[in-house]
Design a protein around this ligand. Structure first.
Ligand code: APR
Ligand code: PHB
Length: 394
């Protein structure tokens, strides 16, 4: 058994765990990151790709924003399409200069892994049997195996950054945790294609046949999604069928449609809203997907995670610098407030833009009326824009 000591044990090397480790490093605080998957898996996993202004600023201020500044695609607006027409929402003008940046989550992860390596602080991939103990004692422990070697990591705090299926949230006694969940009766089929994006901004579309989204990753790679059944079998979706369905749902009467190209990746993403309260139990703090899941329509998952670890990093810094526990004590309440704001927005975007079997013609007409109001009212567009670009981290 190898016994190790650190200040903060971080479980999970997704964007939350890696960014937290980096912020702590900048404050001179020691951490060990323990991840059960391999480095290749974590880096290759294709996820969302929209960064709010606050997340971009955080990357830059933390000294990990150089490649993001070079390769990220800044979008000052977004299109909403329905009834054969695309409508532009100028988010930058409506929010006094805020915008989003398109940059794949796996690129964020790569940049943060590089920063971790440069810091020389430990990051263990491929750990098994990861477990947390004594979260209500002064010195919690995280145990894990690396190959045949058992490790026991004693720490001051545990950061549960291990995503929705992790082991940290279940370490909180059920009587101390309240969870809220909503599942949606549909999923997204997502693809990456080697095709130049045919629009310079995202297009969210509601079509009679269901939702579709046009996005991108680079000047040569298009990312596209279409609403599908929860249990959709990818084997039923040939490349031709995918393109035909995407074009049907996205094409507008001015002739705009996505460019076709070889499909390099396909996957089905489930849709879920989930909140765990509180985000803290004793010396265990949950961050990111371990504490909350939003449906991808509002592009908030990664951004909520970044806001969590920014708050947690600042709170731990105040604790170690001046024994100030206020940040740690308010971490959960501040996070829950932001989470519910994002939940409300993501649920609203999702229900406005998707069709479900349980709806009737009235519901579709109502959705179209809502979209029509959205794109013709400056107040409604401002509401979408300020939520989409995100509020300052608090
Ligand atoms: N032990 C160690 N690591 C674990 C364990 C475990 N028992 N269980 C899960 N993990 C790891 C996962 O392999 C993953 O790499 O924790 C990491 C959690 O990363 P994410 O799921 O990416 O969650 P988070 O870092 O909070 O990032 C949130 O991810 O799902 C997207 O849309 C979401 O963009 C958001 C972001
Ligand atoms: C993406 O580019 O992957 C993406 C964009 C916007 C969303 C969700 C995903 O709302």
């Amino acid at each position: 058994m190898q016994r190790l000591r650190t200040q903060v044990a971080i479980v999970g090397a997704g964007p939350s765990g890696l960014m937290l480790g980096h912020l702590l490093h900048l404050h001179g605080i020691d951490s060990v990151i323990v991840e059960n998957r391999s480095q290749e898996y974590v880096v290759e996993r294709v996820r969302a790709g929209v960064l709010e202004q606050g997340a971009v600023d955080l990357m830059r201020d933390a000294g990990v924003g150089a490649r993001l500044a070079r390769e990220g695609l800044r979008h000052s607006g977004v299109y909403i399409a329905f009834s054969g027409r695309r409508h532009h929402i100028d988010m930058e003008e409506l929010t006094g200069g805020r915008a989003i940046t398109v940059y794949g989550q796996n690129e964020v992860v790569k940049d943060l892994i590089d920063a971790r390596a440069a810091s020389g602080r430990p990051l263990h991939f491929g750990a098994s049997d990861v477990a947390v103990h004594d979260i209500d004692r002064e010195h919690p422990r995280v145990t894990f195996r690396l190959g045949d070697d058992e490790h026991e990591l004693t720490c001051d705090f545990v950061a549960g950054c291990d995503g929705f299926h992790g082991i940290c949230r279940p370490a909180i006694p059920p009587t101390r945790l309240q969870t809220y969940q909503r599942d949606y009766p549909f999923a997204w089929l997502g693809i990456l294609a080697d095709a130049a994006p045919s629009s310079d901004e995202l297009v969210y579309s509601l079509h009679e046949r269901g939702f579709a989204l046009f996005s991108m990753r680079s000047p040569r790679v298009t990312r596209l999604y279409l609403q599908c059944a929860i249990d959709e079998d990818l084997d039923n979706w040939s490349d031709d069928r995918i393109w035909s369905e995407l074009k049907t749902r996205l094409r507008t009467s001015d002739g705009w449609e996505p460019n076709e190209g070889p499909i390099t990746q396909k996957g089905v993403t489930p849709m879920r809203s989930f909140v765990a309260e509180p985000m803290r139990e004793g010396r265990l703090f949950l961050a990111g997907d371990a504490a909350h899941i939003v449906p991808p329509t509002g592009a908030k998952g990664l951004n909520l995670a970044m806001a969590d670890v920014w708050r947690l990093g600042s709170a731990l810094a105040s604790y170690y610098k001046s024994a100030d526990v206020r940040g740690l004590e308010t971490y959960s309440d501040r996070g829950i407030r932001r989470t519910w704001r994002a939940q409300r927005f993501s649920w609203w975007m999702t229900s406005m833009l998707h069709r479900s079997d349980s709806e009737n013609p009235f519901d579709y007409k109502r959705q179209i009326a809502e979209l029509d109001y959205l794109v013709s009212s400056r107040a409604a567009m401002t509401s979408l824009a300020e939520n989409y670009v995100g509020t300052a981290f608090d």
